[in-house]
Design a protein around this ligand. Structure first.
Ligand SMILES: [Zn+2]
Ligand SMILES: [Zn+2]
Length: 412
């Protein structure tokens, strides 16, 4: 069991690190052990090392390593991208020599496609423009979405880029640039995931999920065949007559007979649910018509609402737009119907300059707000996979100024 134990430990460690790196910062997992582990690995342990160094050497070791460490954790660098490519490549180098001759022609062709696609989508996700907002692209990105007067208000400027923030855009602190519909900065692709490349990112997740599942299932079949050369009674679903002891001896024989196929199969089987989980999370966000960035903003709003500091009122249908701060026309089919603001003291807003009409009303729940960026699952998908698709007719024909949202509820 020596080799098996070592392989299992390495596989477990890699899976755990990948899992924590993947999921640790997801807002949905904020109060779970995964987020604690992420903080332990990326915040508390580094802080403890820092404190220890401070106590022992007055901080000299860290000071010399500091610039390097800072650029590794906060800079834009391809370390994790390279780790990911190595994980794929080394896995394939270990797996293929033993597995390839045993595959049917069909699985050889399908397998070759499954192997190539993640590299293709990785390249496209990493090297295409995520939607960087420059003077040249600013007008275009202003015309994609209207301001929702909830998460995004007109007239806000990026302090670093000194440009008016288009609706749904965010400044990426790692890349130091504003990106249209920024979802998050992804260390696996060493690029932001935004309006321009989110479809490539999703296809990267899908192709990686398919690859790990496919490789894992084929590998399990080969492990099972290996074990059957020892005992024809073996099957992956343990027979009732067979003891666990006997089952594990045969299984570990099956893994060790080709350690390359065996270890990569274990890794694939363990990481596959993580990748599917991550893909599922992103599809859920698309279903909600939101992004990771926006779902965090919604969570902040929920906290304000719980405290009773959030207020809303109607926005007129025929609203006068300030052409200095808002695009005259957007291709989006929904216009905001209300404005949401917070006050410092929990009293009704008294700023006369705030847009809207009628009296202010305290909001207690997110479900009482609408998300104008959610236009139904299918159209949300179209918005991601068909860049610049226009969801309504050209300005001349559009006399109503957009229709009111169909969806009353915020799913996020
Ligand atoms: Zn910026
Ligand atoms: Zn970035």
């Amino acid at each position: 069991m020596g080799l098996i134990a070592k392989v299992a430990t390495v596989v477990l460690a890699i899976s755990l690190m990948t899992f924590v790196a993947f999921f640790g910062r997801l807002p949905a997992l904020r109060r779970t052990p995964i987020a604690w582990m992420y903080r332990a690995i990326w915040v508390h342990i580094p802080n403890a090392v820092l404190a220890l160094d401070q106590a022992l050497t007055g901080g000299r070791i860290i000071a010399s390593a500091g610039a390097f460490g800072h650029s590794v954790w906060y800079g834009r660098h391809p370390t994790v991208l390279i780790f990911y490519i190595l994980l794929l490549a080394v896995g394939e180098i270990l797996y293929l020599p033993g597995a390839w001759p045993r595959l049917s022609r069909f699985h050889q062709v399908a397998g070759a496609i499954a192997i190539i696609l993640p590299y293709v989508f990785l390249y496209l996700a990493a090297y295409s423009d995520p939607g960087v907002i420059t003077a040249a692209t600013h007008t275009h990105y202003m015309s994609l979405y209207p301001y929702d007067f909830t998460l995004f208000h007109p007239g806000q400027e990026c302090r670093t880029c000194k440009i008016l923030k288009p609706p749904r855009s965010k400044h990426c602190a790692v890349c130091k640039r504003c990106v249209a519909r920024l979802d998050h900065h992804c260390v696996f692709i060493n690029n932001c995931v935004g309006y321009g490349n989110q479809h490539w990112f999703l296809l990267l997740l899908l192709s990686t999920a398919v690859l790990t599942t496919y490789g894992g299932v084929l590998g399990l079949r080969m492990i099972s065949e290996n074990a059957q050369t020892r005992s024809s009674l073996f099957s992956l679903w343990k027979h009732r007559q067979q003891t666990w002891h006997h089952y594990f001896i045969l299984l570990s024989y099956g893994i060790q007979k080709d350690a390359g196929v065996g270890s990569v199969t274990l890794l694939a089987i363990m990481t596959s649910p993580l990748v599917w989980g991550l893909l599922g999370y992103h599809i859920y966000l698309i279903y909600c018509g939101t992004t990771i960035n926006e779902s965090m903003k919604w969570q902040d709003w929920q906290a304000e609402m719980t405290d009773g500091f959030a207020f809303r009122r109607r926005l007129p249908v025929q609203r006068n737009r300030n052409p200095q701060f808002e695009a005259n026309w957007t291709r989006w089919p929904v216009e905001p119907a209300q404005i949401l603001v917070r006050t410092e003291d929990g009293e009704l807003p008294n700023d006369m300059a705030l847009p809207g009409e009628g009296s202010w009303e305290r909001v207690w729940h997110l479900r009482d707000m609408e998300n104008i960026y959610d236009i139904g699952f299918w159209d949300n998908l179209v918005d991601i996979f068909v860049p610049n698709h226009s969801f309504r007719a050209e300005p001349q024909a559009d006399l109503e100024g957009g229709k009111r949202p169909k969806h009353k509820k915020t799913k996020a």
